[in-house]
Structure formats: structure tokens, C-alpha cells
Design a protein around this ligand. Structure first.
Ligand SMILES: Cc1ncc(COP(=O)(O)O)c(C=O)c1O
Length: 306
């Protein structure tokens, strides 16, 4: 799915035309993946476009910087305003917002101190990541032959560009074999997460999601779904999930900013439940979509109007 261009990109305090937001080919970000970023959605609401859980995403961006020892030269308030202004300037409503903090051109080796830190906020129109059909009917996925990272190799809690070469291997293998997505196992063989999404199982009317064990990202949609499920009175358990539990789950679904709440109808060609979106998945999905569009009160201050 190619990027749909917008007009302007925020770059360290000013707006530049879309195609002028360039970096040098020898930037550390390009050479070595030294960049942290966020993926945030903005939805149309009756009160105009609203960015979903902007504060939590920016907290994670700042945490990613801290983990990678990147001194972000802007305050959280500045980046928050940059996100809102980027949506406004580009006259977007339903869109994806992508703040990026990267190490630029200068350093030749592994010590990045000679490279400046460059900050960008981009936004572009974006529909359903796995397609509208996927949201309604679910996707067929596989367990990847590629594993997620071992804790204390790459810091999974940081959303860093370099980590996504693993995600690309997972996704390319899945696509080559005719699957929409891949589920990654951690180094201990237990279920971790998708290439860019967390995962939930419904088993005996309870919601189960893999614990955050240093192999997966602490998803903000994951957190939102847990809060919505608790409001619904569902029991939610964060626990280790063996691979075979996927096959016997009553329902299975992905969560993520891009993926939203997407049902999974089969894993490794084994049908999950009735082979379509289950009732609990549907209810969670519909409450989630109503909240992001401001049609239902959220459990917290989740919408930032632009
Ligand atoms: C590897 C990975 N896991 C999980 C997620 C879901 O996180 P969130 O719900 O915050 O978008 C993402 C998306 O950002 C991701 O890239």
C-alpha cells in the first residue's frame, strides 16, 4: 500500500513541502536504523478530527528516545502541537500521524554523538491497514518461522526503526505463503505478537493476551482494549501463551494503531472458532471504533481534537 502524499511535513519547528523533508544517505538512521518513531491515528468526529491517545503515544516516543539515549531537542508540548498542526495544515481528518526522531549525518561509526538529532512529524490519509474486508471478516495468518527478539538484545519496549527489519522478514514470509499477517514467537517458543500488532485470545469467555516479556511492544491499542473489556465486565488475563493455545482459542484478534481491532479467522490454516469474527471480538471492535470516533465516552481522556 503506497503512501498517499500530503502537502507539508513538520521539521524541527517549521513546515516544509512534502518532498523537501529529506535526510542524507549517510545519516545514521539510514545506515544503521537509528531512529525512533510513533504511529498514531486521527479520526473524524462530530467535533472535527481527533487524534487517538496522543499523550500516550508521545510518552512512548519520549521513552524510546530515553532508551536509545537520544536527546530530543523539543518538549512534549511542542511535539503534541506539531502533531495537531500537521493534521490541520494538511487539511486531513482520517489519517495516520508519524512523528520520527532520527540521528542524522555526521558520525561515521557506532558512537552517534557527531550526528544531529532531527525531528519530523508527517501525516497522510490512511484507511484500514489490512483492508476493510479484514476488519469485517477477519484474516488468515501463520506462525512465523522468524522469532521475535531475545530480551536484552533489542529493547522491545522502544519503537525503533531498526527493529522493523525483523517485522519485515515476518511479513514478507507471510505474504509469500498467502497469509495476511504473521504471529511471532519469542525466543522461549511462546507467543509474542504480530509484525506490527499485539494479539488477544478469547477462551472460555475470558480475554487473554501475552505478557510483556521483553519480546513485544506495549501497544496502546492493547491497553485500550483491556480497558474496554474491563468496562464490559470481561476477565482479562495477561499471561504466557503457548503456540497451541492459538489453535484452540474460541476467538482471536489483533490490536494495533494501524490494524485497529482485526479478527483472525485461521492460524496455519487451522480454523479459529467459527472461522469468522466472534461475538466478543465484534463487541470490542464496535466499542473501540465508536470511542475513536467520539460516538461513545472513552474510559480516559483519549481524544485530542486538532
Ligand atoms: C511491533 C508492534 N507491536 C504492537 C503494535 C501495536 O501498538 P499500538 O497499539 O500502540 O499501535 C505495533 C504498532 O505500533 C507494533 O509495531
Amino acid at each position: 500500500m503506497p503512501i498517499k502524499e500530503a502537502k507539508f511535513i513538520w521539521r524541527d519547528g517549521e513546515f516544509v513541502p512534502w518532498h523537501d523533508a529529506r535526510v542524507h544517505v549517510l545519516s545514521l538512521a539510514v545506515q544503521f536504523g537509528s531512529s525512533v518513531f510513533e504511529g498514531i491515528r486521527c479520526y473524524p468526529t462530530a467535533r472535527g478530527p481527533a487524534i487517538f491517545r496522543l499523550n500516550e503515544h508521545l510518552r512512548r516516543l519520549f521513552d524510546s528516545c530515553k532508551i536509545y539515549r537520544i536527546d530530543l531537542p523539543h518538549s512534549l508540548d511542542t511535539i503534541r502541537e506539531a502533531c495537531r498542526e500537521t493534521v490541520r495544515r494538511n487539511a486531513l481528518d482520517m489519517c495516520y500521524v508519524r512523528p520520527m526522531v532520527l540521528r542524522g549525518y555526521g558520525a561515521a561509526g557506532m558512537l552517534p554523538t557527531d550526528s544531529p538529532v532531527e525531528t519530523f512529524v508527517c501525516a497522510w490519509p490512511w484507511g484500514a491497514y489490512l483492508g476493510p474486508e479484514a476488519l469485517a471478516n477477519g484474516v488468515d495468518v501463520c506462525v512465523s518461522s522468524w522469532q521475535r527478539m531475545q530480551p536484552n538484545t533489542f529493547p522491545a519496549a522502544a519503537k525503533a526503526a531498526g527493529h522493523y527489519v525483523n517485522a519485515q522478514l515476518m511479513k514478507m514470509e507471510a505474504a509469500a505463503n498467502g497469509y495476511a499477517e504473521a504471529i511471532g514467537l519469542g525466543p522461549g517458543g511462546l507467543v509474542s505478537e504480530g509484525s506490527g500488532q499485539n494479539l488477544f485470545l478469547v477462551l472460555d469467555d475470558a480475554l487473554i493476551t501475552p505478557i510483556l516479556d521483553g519480546t513485544s511492544l506495549r501497544g496502546i491499542t492493547r491497553d485500550s482494549v483491556i480497558a474496554i473489556a474491563r468496562e464490559m465486565g470481561l476477565a482479562v488475563h495477561e499471561r504466557p501463551v503457548p503456540r497451541e493455545t492459538l489453535y484452540v482459542a474460541d476467538e482471536l484478534f489483533f490490536t494495533g494503531t494501524a490494524t485497529e481491532v482485526t479478527p483472525i479467522r485461521s492460524v496455519d490454516r487451522i480454523r479459529i472458532g467459527g472461522g469468522s469474527a466472534g461475538p466478543i471480538t465484534r463487541e470490542l471492535q464496535s466499542r473501540f471504533m465508536a470511542i475513536v470516533r467520539g460516538e461513545r465516552p472513552s474510559p480516559g481522556e483519549w481524544l485530542t481534537h486538532v
